[in-house]
Design a protein around this ligand. Structure first.
Ligand SMILES: Cc1cc2nc3c(=O)[nH]c(=O)nc-3n(C[C@H](O)[C@H](O)[C@H](O)COP(=O)(O)O)c2cc1C
Length: 224
């Protein structure tokens, strides 16, 4: 499975099989996480075999089952773009997990915040977590806004790279599936504007990663 296939195949998975993540898969995930941490300055951590974090009323209400493994997106509160960075690198890890045959779900609300086992250094905070494991199913496609609401160009006016990027942006997970972003073109780059919502900056990073991975072109946040 290549990255574009992973983008298409990924859907949120909330019910997992009660089996641990294989050693080889865990090692590969740790290697990707190390790369992400050294590039981003974040302190992303893989937590395995911990049923407590999703053993809460909210998590059960959110239909999570056997969510015993997760990635905690941790970083310094002093970073202006902490949420966006967590979104960008988290999505890189999500797509690697997909290529390893693992299901994932981004979770900012329905987990036990006080029960998360990630280590925090002074001045750090947990942005959100990503549940992962072998899915009971593959999840299902989300409903999407029409392209015209997410993008300044008509499909027939898009260069091939931009079209590939937009198709991947539309498939990106966003909080409550709100898809609050707008993408334009600027020469060889795409320019993305986030909407207003509490999770919009995390979503911004996720959508940027999907766009760049599928198009091979930069997707830069609009400078106001
Ligand atoms: C930043 C963020 C936070 C999310 N928080 C939660 C959550 O707390 N609980 C949950 O069940 N799903 C959560 N989701 C998953 C979204 O509901 C899901 O990604 C969206 O409905 C699109 O569906 P898809 O991931 O299957 O494409 C979150 C997603 C994102 C990107």
């Amino acid at each position: 499975m290549n990255i574009r296939e992973a983008i298409k195949a990924r859907h949120s998975v909330r019910q997992f099989k009660d089996i641990p993540i294989g050693e080889a898969e865990a090692e590969k995930l740790k290697a990707v996480i190390d790369e992400c941490n050294s590039e981003s300055g974040l302190n992303i951590q893989l937590v395995l075999n911990d049923p407590d974090c999703f053993d809460t009323f909210l998590a059960h209400y959110g239909r999570f089952k056997n969510a015993n493994n997760y990635i905690a997106l941790v970083g310094s509160s002093s970073l202006d773009d902490l949420d966006e960075r967590a979104g960008y690198y988290g999505q890189r890890i999500v797509l690697e997990a997909q290529m390893l045959g693992l299901g994932t779900c981004w979770v900012a609300g329905t987990y036990g915040k006080g029960k998360c086992k990630a280590d925090k250094q002074a001045g750090e905070k947990i942005v959100c977590v990503i549940a992962l494991g072998y899915g009971e199913d593959e999840g299902k496609s989300h409903k999407s806004k029409p392209l015209g609401k997410l993008c300044a160009l008509k499909k027939e006016d898009m260069p091939a790279w931009f079209k590939n990027g937009m198709l991947a942006a539309v498939l990106a997970p966003t909080a409550l599936n709100q898809q609050k972003f707008f993408i334009d073109i600027d020469g060889e780059d795409a320019v993305i504007t986030p909407g207003r919502s509490p999770m919009a900056k995390i979503d911004l990073g996720i959508v940027r990663y999907n766009f760049e991975a599928a198009s091979g072109h930069r997707c830069v946040p609009k400078v106001k």
